[in-house]
Design a protein around this ligand. Structure first.
Ligand SMILES: Nc1nc2c(ncn2[C@@H]2O[C@H](COP(=O)(O)OP(=O)(O)OP(=O)(O)O)[C@@H](O)[C@H]2O)c(=O)[nH]1
Length: 210
């Protein structure tokens, strides 16, 4: 697996959005579904920018980047040559992004709260040097696709890949991860099914009315 690239200019933090996979539970490409009139992938980008500043570099990785270019124009796209899931996509993107911290986000997180992402980002400066990732937890375990990774994690992630590892959860069991407090668990909702989508739409309509 070739993980080389020409590195970009460094910045303290960047955002990486994952778009790809099968969307088999949704039955159509989740990234492009409108929630409150905005494609889900753009909502994710907008929340990240609101949290980290409009100038934060935003990257996307997808097997077919052209599918998303219109919805996410001001984004640097990387082609995912393997389409072997989120961990392998993340590893392909890391050599392109030289920021100290990377906020990794799935494209199917329509309820992200910028204030929470901002609070998490500000907490990173206090973490021990050994920390490679800072993530929230849910009852399913680490929320690997909604949190921060330090650039030092690359070596360990490549080693894990070399041992045949392909899953975030397996890798995260082996590295120092800091738990980000998340009492706002509703923002971690992955919109995977038409039922999830109906719930998100109903919640946003209720907020609009209140
Ligand atoms: N670039 C890239 N992103 C992926 C890949 N597989 C999944 N993703 C993204 O990872 C996130 C989580 O994906 P999942 O919901 O677990 O999987 P999915 O294939 O999209 O959906 P299902 O078929 O319903 O499981 C979403 O943002 C997907 O777009 C992949 O192979 N490459």
């Amino acid at each position: 697996m070739d993980l080389q690239s020409s590195p970009s200019q460094s910045s303290p933090v960047a955002v990486l959005i994952l778009a790809g996979g099968q969307s088999s539970r949704m039955g159509q490409d989740k990234a492009l579904i409108d929630v409150e009139g905005t494609p889900m992938i753009r909502r994710v980008r907008d929340a990240a920018r609101a949290a980290l500043g409009a100038a934060v570099p935003v990257w996307g990785i997808a097997p077919l980047p052209e599918r998303y270019r219109e919805s996410l124009s001001e984004c640097r796209w990387i082609e995912d040559h393997y389409a072997e899931g989120p961990f392998v996509a993340f590893l392909q993107a890391l050599p392109h992004i030289q920021s100290e911290w990377l906020l990794l986000l799935a494209c199917d997180l329509p309820a992200l709260q910028p204030a929470v992402l901002n609070r998490w980002y500000r907490s990173l400066a206090q973490l021990p040097h050994s920390t490679l990732a800072a993530l929230p937890r849910s009852d399913k375990g680490w929320e690997a696709l909604c949190g921060f990774y330090h650039k030092r994690c690359f070596t360990s992630a490549v080693q894990f890949l070399g041992q045949g590892g392909r899953s975030f959860q397996g890798w995260l069991e082996q590295v120092p991860v800091f738990e980000l407090v998340c009492s706002e668990q509703e923002m971690l909702l992955n919109c995977n099914t038409p039922e999830d989508l109906a719930r998100v739409t109903k919640t946003s309509e209720e907020h609009a009315l209140s």
